[in-house]
Structures are given as structure tokens and as C-alpha cells.
Design a protein around this ligand. Structure first.
Ligand code: NAP
Length: 308
């Protein structure tokens, strides 16, 4: 039996593991794809203290290496079922069932979809939810990015070095993304690299075997415009993936896990950290902070519950 099983290898889960491993706890990390979570798919990160600018994948690799050097065990698989109510917790995966004394849910969040007809059909055939993963497929092509937050901004900056032209489609004329980054995008607008398509929503996705154009509707004058593109990067935020635990863990109305300030959920020995938690600021630093806080509380919890 492990002391702690952490589900999700983003900064929150990895930081929890580093703190727990340094306190000599045994830790199993269960990760679906690759360590790093959303950060591994982020281009440049310029707001993580200690690094003026660092590539997301590089930062993820550094965190994972640090945890692995401390003795982190990792398996790459999907969780099928949780049995969390007893003192000993069980996590069933495609690679077997694992037991532990405490569970950390570092589940992150998954990309929201546009919910426009044909969207699913064109995934991998023009539509992507990760510019850093798929941007290179669109070298010297025209692409569109949908969204108005920091992710859409970073996608544009990343793609600007690769593609021919970017149409940034946003449903309002004000952005959520940082002003500082917006200024960089405006520089690209001046040279025709980026065109802002504002107050506009995607209405249709055209093509046979692959995407060839998007139709956007201007929300103010209701005019339609067809924009020929080979790629569409959807960056309209994320939603928590809490469906497997929704019957036992207390969630807010948007599906985020509610915790106390020590990252405890409503179930003893079950913690939630990072983007899956209900909170205001979802950043790498706040994810790391959640991870550290949870580990310290878990160390206390284990000593009281299993030896106290
Ligand atoms: P976000 O900040 O929630 O922005 C989502 C954007 O998509 C919003 O502009 C929203 O429009 C738009 N949108 C939502 N649903 C839509 C729909 N159905 N159709 C069209 N547009 C839609 O999400 P995010 O950009 O993924 O960022 C998430 C968090 O991560 C934020 O806190 C962000 O600051 C952070 N982040 C930070 C960094 C960094 O600091 N390096 C990088 C990436 C992300 P409205 O504005 O009209 O609601």
C-alpha cells in the first residue's frame, strides 16, 4: 500500500509529490498522458518566479525530474473507478487497482469545445485544442484561433513563428488576456501577421475530409464571413474533468471540487489541488502552492489516522 496516490502529473500533483517524498512518504503518481499537464503544452512562461522566461515543457520536465529523483513512482494509465470512502483508499485503473492512505486529486481540466456542427469530425483534421502540440502541422498556412484569454494569446504568439497568417476570433471586443501580451499581438497585427476578428462567433466549419474554412457571424451586425483556413485552434477555456467522482465529492455548480484551505475535500484523506479546485486564480504558482499545502496536511493526516 502506498502512503499517497496522486492522480494527475501537472505542477500541483508534482509539487505535492515532492513535498511528500521529502517527508519520506511513498507516492504513486497516476498520469494519463505525460507529466506536466497543461503546462507541458504551454509555450513560453514568463510569470513563474525564478525564471524570466521558460518553455512549459522544460519546466514540466524539471519538476518531474525533481520528483522522480526523490523516488516518485509513475504509471501512465487511466483511472476507471475510485473507492475513497474507507480508511484505505482504492484507485482502479486499466493497469490494476492500487491502495493508499490518502489520495490527491490533481485532475486539472480539459479543453472546452465550441459545440459547432462538424467540430468532432475535424479534430486532428484541422481542429486542435493545443497550439504547441499541433502548430507545426500548419507551417506557412492560414489558421484561426478562437478565444480571448491568455491561452488564445499564447497560442497566437507561438503560431506567429510558424504559420502564414492568424485570424484571432473573439466573441467580444475586449479581452481577458494580459494587456502586456495584447500589445505584442498588436505588433503582429501591424505587419499583417494577425487579424483580429472581434465580436464574432464561429457558426460553421466547412470541408469534406479536412477543414477548409470557418464561417463567423458578427454579433453586432449579424453579417456572415467565410474565412479560408487550414487550421482552427480552439482556446476558449477549460472545464474540470470530475465526472468519476461527482457522486461522492462536493463540487461547485461548474464541476470544480470544493476544498478547505488545506486542500481537504468533504472526504477524509481525499485532497484536491490545482485547476480542478474551485478557486479564483489558476496559475502554475497557485497549483504548486496547493500541492505543497496538501502534502503537509496529508503527512499529519496519515500519522494521526494510521498510527495515532
Ligand atoms: P479563459 O481565461 O477562461 O478565457 C477563455 C476565453 O474564451 C474568454 O475570452 C471567453 O470569452 C472565450 N470563450 C469562452 N467560451 C466561449 C465560447 N463558447 N465561444 C467563444 N468564446 C468563448 O481561459 P484560458 O485563456 O484558457 O485561461 C485559463 C486560465 O489560465 C486563466 O486564468 C489564464 O490567465 C491562465 N493562463 C495563464 C497563462 C500565463 O500566465 N502564462 C497562460 C495561459 C493561461 P469571454 O471573455 O467573452 O468570456
Amino acid at each position: 500500500m502506498y502512503d499517497i496516490i496522486i492522480i494527475g502529473g501537472g505542477p500541483a500533483g508534482l509539487t505535492a509529490s515532492i513535498y511528500a517524498l521529502r517527508a519520506k512518504k511513498s507516492v504513486l503518481l497516476i498520469e494519463r498522458y505525460a507529466p506536466g499537464g497543461q503546462v507541458a503544452q504551454t509555450g513560453k512562461i514568463e510569470n513563474y518566479p525564478g525564471f524570466k522566461s521558460i518553455d512549459g515543457l522544460e519546466l514540466s520536465n524539471l519538476m518531474f525530474e525533481q520528483a522522480s529523483d526523490l523516488g516518485l513512482e509513475t504509471i501512465y494509465t487511466d483511472v476507471i473507478k475510485y473507492d475513497l470512502l474507507g480508511k484505505v483508499k482504492k484507485v482502479e485503473t486499466y493497469d490494476g487497482t492500487f491502495e493508499c492512505k490518502a489520495v490527491v486529486l490533481a485532475l486539472g481540466a480539459v479543453a472546452r469545445q465550441l459545440d459547432v456542427e462538424n467540430e468532432k469530425k475535424f479534430i486532428g483534421k484541422g481542429i486542435s485544442y493545443c497550439a504547441t502540440c499541433d502548430g507545426n502541422f500548419f507551417k506557412d498556412k492560414n489558421v484561426a484561433v478562437v478565444g480571448g484569454g491568455n491561452t488564445s494569446f499564447e497560442d497566437c504568439l507561438y503560431l506567429a513563428d510558424i504559420v502564414s497568417k492568424i485570424y484571432l476570433i473573439h466573441r467580444r471586443d475586449e479581452f481577458r488576456g494580459d494587456k502586456h501580451t495584447l500589445l505584442k499581438l498588436k505588433e503582429f497585427e501591424k505587419v499583417g501577421k494577425i487579424e483580429f476578428v472581434l465580436n464574432s462567433v464561429v457558426k460553421a466549419l466547412n470541408g469534406e475530409d479536412k477543414l477548409i474554412s470557418v464561417v463567423v457571424e458578427n454579433k453586432i451586425d449579424k453579417t456572415l464571413r467565410e474565412i479560408p483556413v487550414d487550421g482552427l485552434f480552439v482556446a476558449i477555456g477549460r472545464r474540470p474533468d470530475t465526472s468519476l467522482i461527482q457522486d461522492i465529492i462536493t463540487l461547485d455548480e461548474n464541476g470544480y471540487i470544493i476544498t478547505d484551505e488545506n486542500m481537504r475535500t468533504n472526504i477524509d484523506g481525499v485532497y484536491a489541488v490545482g485547476d480542478v479546485r474551485q478557486k479564483r486564480l489558476r496559475q502554475i504558482v497557485t497549483a504548486c502552492s496547493d500541492g505543497a499545502i496538501s502534502a503537509v496536511d496529508i503527512i499529519d493526516y496519515i500519522s494521526k489516522t494510521f498510527w495515532g
